[in-house]
Ligand binder design. Sequence first.
Ligand SMILES: N[C@@H](CCC(=O)N[C@@H](CS)C(=O)NCC(=O)O)C(=O)O
Ligand SMILES: [Fe+2]
Length: 431
Amino acid sequence: MSAVKISDRLTVASQPDRETLAGVARQGFAAVINNRPDGEDTSQLDNASERALLGQAGLAYGFIPVTGTTITAADIQAFQQATSGAKGPVYAHCRSGTRSLTLHVLGEVLDGRMKPGEVAAFGRSHGFDLSGAVDWLARQAARVPQVTGFHEPRTGSIQYVVSDPGTRRCAIIDPVYDFDEKSGATATHEADQILAHVAREGLTVEWILDTHPHADHFSAASYLKEKTGAPMGIGRHVTAVQRLWQTIYNWPELRTDGSQWDRLFDDGDGFRIGDLEGRVMFSPGHTLASVTYVVGDAAFVHDTVFMPDSGTARADFPGGSASALWRSIQAILALPDQTRLYTGHDYEPGGRAPKWESTVAEQKRANSHLAGMTEESFVALRQARDHTLPMPKLILHALQVNIRGGRLPDPEANGRRYLKFPLDGLGAAVW
Ligand SMILES: N[C@@H](CCC(=O)N[C@@H](CS)C(=O)NCC(=O)O)C(=O)O
Ligand SMILES: [Fe+2]
């Protein structure tokens, strides 16, 4: 079989060659989705070649690479967005077409248009074995805690709702408060989307947690506290970050005792989400104060490891340390192999769709900054790369908000809020 029409919207297919892809354009398809990681076999067209070829033909192209064992909710969501957003019929392929059809049916089941019990027969009727999709759904239903990620495209941040299905209690981790640096406008679209999800799912918010004082976006913690009444938590060492930035901003009035939060977590501290036990691991390196929240078999690892194809977070912010980051990552990778790791950012390397969930085993096997590395080689790689990275465009905007728990500056006499920047206060720029 090469191409099978599933609906007027979707055709799934085996790996096309150049000629077949050129034909796809002539057959009236509006978009192609490639569900194959590069390098599975030598004859395969890679992401860059397909993107170039389809770009020339005027077709939209989406790169959502998966393997049978590593499909996540992010991939299903990306597949849905690529198909529903296309201007006409979509041609999705992997090696045989099975992964493409798997992503499609999982979306149909999650949205309630297909029942889990109908999946296998649906696959057979089109000539595909969808037992992988059936297994995925069974595993998903048994997962505790349940985790929903919200990708924020402006800064590539991932926000999470982690919930206990038994008690319907949840924590919100790393929520984003929208800010447009060009106009100075602020908004709560992201945080309100999280609140809508919480309401739709009938959840009660028990915690609003930040993994670290972010340098690239504003935290929505204090806004969400106002809306839900839930307490805000962060790592105890945020006080050291407050002192560091108090000097940089020349800000003697700033309270540097962490009293802007309801709870300052120490390494090893516990907390509860309904009947679930959460545990805090101090994981510095990216910042002085970073922590990882471990809830059941899920760990919210923020800016330590990114997805395996993206490596690790930078360690060159004030108070950062590449060797501390290496040690923090080793402690995370010492969690059981099947632990689900939820990262803080995804920057969509090679134009692939955003992803945020991996496992300890996948990271150990495939992380481009970690597999086969020693502390020494990691520190050398990290420092060389950090040298080339410009500061995040919002670092000076964000820290003065985030070291107060996401509170915007108090209004001045005219009712307006203002930010303050040091000039030449952060070291050399990458010009
Ligand atoms: N271009 C982004 C960069 C943001 C950034 O530096 N992100 C940090 C996490 S807060 C990081 O670790 N980046 C690693 C990298 O870019 O390789 C911005 O300006 O906001
Ligand atoms: Fe960060």
